[in-house]
Design a protein around this ligand. Structure first.
Ligand code: TEU
Length: 575
């Protein structure tokens, strides 16, 4: 059982293994690369790591298509390397989270190979098979109208057995059939395999897609312009979802002192979210609500234009910071992951004149909120999206490419695609997966081999770890300071009580809030300027408060106003 709540004070550093560090010059990051940088990770202030999938996989979706959960993808290393990694982390007081991808497997997984071998195979019912329908001309069509999250139909035809299988992501990622108890048992045993080897918990991939509506009904036509329709109404947070989580918890998690964070796509409203994380529900420790990475998605899709506004960040932050204490839930505080563009480029600014301040602004924001912190590798040095002049050929992720190709097909060859490219530059998953920038040497020190698996960003000579080490005013130094402050004053920040300052008082461009310790003795005032202009904050009521954290010397308080330069963030305190 969970005797301690170490997970509340976790500062989790997300590692994208392919892009972290290549130790054997094959152009791909690997476990030995990670092992060689554990001291660095600790030095940043993290006390936990989350590794995106490292398991055997054909890599059609960068490892989120698992072919064997008990084997390591060979170019990443071996089981022994994974054990050395876990041990190396534990020696340094770093907890280890693995990515648990059990909504679907790869089509190369032995379970699926057996499942597709015949209609009566042992594991046939471990996946979701359905007979075809026919259209008015008698032609075969999928069992329902759902669109795959990566484009096209959510159903894949299997000639050999004459049925379709459900694949909400790629056709090579068949969805597991969670109502099947044998499948669940096998999955739990895979989880135990790693927990028994010392893994301290899981980030649970696509967690709320595990339970679908049992009838798999047609989705309402919300996109008449498309052949297939968004089906999340029927495939997200289905009727048995909480039963499965409770079972996982009693059969597996409760036997270990482990942490769970579920990825919650589509489900955003307070009462549904509370059902996953309210303490008395005994389900998950925390969830990633998708709204924080969706702030600049269009109403009908990720790659539609929808310019970021700080009011959205203010609303979402306020909603969850205020809601969680009400039902004794817990926040996962994050801005970045491997599924989107970098927050610096999307929500702040990566322009040369602002980049350094803006990266520190986001650190101030994250470091001051209540919850468990998650930062993506490279965020600690202010890594940005791919350079603006990259052409579409440099974007290699399947989600973005599928989208680009589908629009091109619609518009016809030679059509103007600048608008789509603009959105890829902001939100493509490639941006979150750029090779880590270690130094100014060739390929940013990420690989000594001739060819990194994906293009290294153009800015690495200016923006890299080595350049920021030992410079007291670097983004890296600032993150270290933020995380030290967070640990020292955990009553105020990690466990603190959030209270938003009225926009009428701060003005539209400033996002300001207070964080108070639970006993009420200490209060911090966080002021964030999310604009490219100087802003004045009226500090009436906070006279005499002292500066706790801030990257700039120009800020003043005590007279009547605090002056913030573009993208400046600062924290004052009453102690
Ligand atoms: O993501 C789940 C998910 O819903 C994403 O497809 C998300 O909506 C999209 O990337 C936003 O751009 C998880 C993983 O994080 C992702 O990397 C995997 O591709 C996906 O599951 C399938 O396993």
């Amino acid at each position: 059982t969970q005797s301690t709540e170490w997970w509340k004070e976790a500062i989790v550093y997300q590692i994208y293994p392919a892009s972290f560090l290549d130790s054997n010059s094959d152009g791909l990051g690997d476990l030995q690369g990670i092992i060689s940088k554990l001291d660095y990770i600790k030095s940043v202030g993290a006390n936990a790591v989350w590794l995106s999938p490292i398991f055997k996989s054909p890599q059609k979706d960068m490892g989120y298509d698992v072919a064997d959960y008990r084997e390591i993808h060979q170019p990443y290393g071996s089981i022994q390397d994974a054990e050395v990694l876990i041990q190396g982390c534990h020696e340094r007081g770093i907890k280890v989270l693995f990515d648990l991808v059990v909504n679907h497997t790869s089509d190369q997984h032995p379970w699926f190979q057996e499942s597709r071998s015949s209609r009566t195979s042992r594991t046939r019912d471990w996946y979701i098979w359905r007979n075809p329908k026919t259209d008015i001309n008698g032609a075969r069509k999928p069992p329902n109208n759902w669109a795959s999250i990566f484009g096209g139909s959510a159903w894949t035809w299997d000639e050999a057995t004459g049925q379709y299988y459900l694949s909400l992501f790629l056709p090579s990622q068949p969805d597991l059939n969670w109502p099947n108890e044998d499948m669940r048992r096998a999955t739990y045993s895979d989880m135990e395999f790693w927990l028994d080897r010392g893994v301290d918990g899981f980030r649970i991939d696509s967690m709320n897609l595990m339970s679908k509506h049992p009838d798999l009904p047609d989705a309402p036509i919300t996109r008449p312009d498309l052949e297939f329709q968004p089906g999340d109404l029927y495939f997200a947070s289905g009727p048995r979802m909480h039963e499965y989580i409770k079972e996982m918890r009693t059969k597996v998690f409760d036997k270990y002192d482990c942490m769970t964070v579920g990825e919650l796509g589509f489900t955003k409203d307070e009462s549904s979210v509370s059902e996953y994380v309210a303490r008395d529900r005994q389900e998950l420790n925390m969830v990633f609500t998708g709204d924080i990475v969706d702030m600049d998605f269009g109403p009908d899709g990720k790659y539609q234009r929808n310019d970021f506004r700080v009011s959205r960040l203010r609303d979402i932050t306020t909603r969850w910071q205020s809601a969680m204490p009400k039902f004794d839930g817990w926040n996962a505080v994050y801005l970045d992951n491997h599924d989107s563009g970098r927050s610096l480029s999307r929500y702040a600014s990566d322009l040369p004149q602002h980049r350094d301040t803006a990266a520190k602004l986001l650190a101030t924001y994250m470091g001051s909120l209540s919850g468990t912190l998650f930062l993506l590798q490279g965020q600690e040095i202010g890594m940005a999206n791919a350079s603006r002049d990259w052409g579409v050929e440099s974007y290699i992720d399947v989600e973005g490419r599928n989208y680009y190709d589908s629009v091109l097909k619609q518009r016809g060859d030679g059509a103007d695609m600048q608008d789509v490219l603009r959105e890829l530059r902001l939100k493509s998953r490639d941006n979150g997966r750029l090779p880590m920038q270690w130094n100014g040497e060739e390929n940013a020190g990420f690989t000594r081999g001739p060819k990194p698996w994906m293009r290294v960003n153009d800015d690495f000579k200016e923006w890299n770890v080595e350049k920021q080490e030992g410079r007291g005013d670097s983004v890296l130094a600032y993150w270290r300071e933020v995380l030290m402050m967070r640990k020292k004053e955990k009553d105020v920040f990690t466990y603190g009580r959030y209270n938003m300052l009225d926009v009428a008082r701060t003005g539209e461009h400033i996002f300001a809030y207070t964080m108070a310790s639970v006993d009420g003795a200490k209060t911090a005032l966080v002021i964030l300027n999310f604009s490219d202009m100087e802003q004045i904050f009226d500090d009436a009521g906070y006279e005499g408060w002292t500066k706790l954290l801030g990257a700039n010397a120009t800020t003043k308080v005590g007279s009547s106003a605090v002056k913030l330069i573009p993208y400046e963030g600062v924290i004052f305190c009453n102690w």
